[in-house]
Design a protein around this ligand. Sequence first.
Ligand code: IPE
Ligand code: IPE
Ligand code: MG
Length: 260
Amino acid sequence: MLDKMKIWKNKPTSSDDNLEERKTRLKEQFIPNHVAIIMDGNGRWAKKRALPRVAGHHEGMKVVRKITKLANELGVKTLTLYAFSTENWKRPKMEVDFLMKLPEEFLGTFLPELVEENVRVEMMGYKESLPPHTLGAIGRAMEETKDNDGLVLNFALNYGSRAEILEAVKGVLNDCKSGILNEENLNEDVFSNYLMTKGLGDPDLLIRTSGEIRLSNFMLWQLAYTEFWFTDVLWPDFSEEHFVEAVEVFQNRQRRFGGV
Ligand code: IPE
Ligand code: IPE
Ligand code: MG
């Protein structure tokens, strides 16, 4: 008995083990299908290093690459990344301009690897107000990866959930008026098809970095039964270990969806 307790006490906790071991220990059948991430804390990461805020955004881009690769490897089907909100236009023009150039830089550097890894690039958000160079880069990536059937890498760019829901309501009203949709047939599944996440399904796991415990207008409808995982780690410091930790926690949660 005493011996057994000793063994138990000395057993390393999962976070002491190396990444490869922890990855193989994840239960394959319980890998979240859809993971959504609010990538926050780039500005504070830069500030801590006395760098301009945009240096944090640039560093964060490399993390996107790393986490995409890992999510795909683990068998996640959809990775939705909050890259720019409809409220982020309030930031200084210089920062907004920089953020609008990041998709080109990211895809310019990594698109060949994404193609090779069978990743399909998608985007949700209001396209009208995005600069043509940003839209062009994303459009090309979407076109080039449209036949891939691995991970869907879904960028939420100029995305806002309240606006999305309002648009959906307007779409429903229009379709009812024109007879495409019958009011009696409107249910949650039908309504979901009017949202920007049409066909992607709701996230199983939401991660937000940087210690902020709020949604900031992200996927309000879709997150109804999602498991949340918050960390103080700033996005540029977010590592593969952190992602695996979030999945480990997710696998130990009991989802009840209102049942017992
Ligand atoms: C997240 O980092 C990236 C975007 C919102 C575009 P922030 O830029 O919000 O970083 P903090 O929150 O100011 O540290
Ligand atoms: C949310 O982060 C948007 C993105 C990560 C793209 P913010 O930094 O804009 O959120 P608030 O302003 O702290 O709520
Ligand atoms: Mg922030």
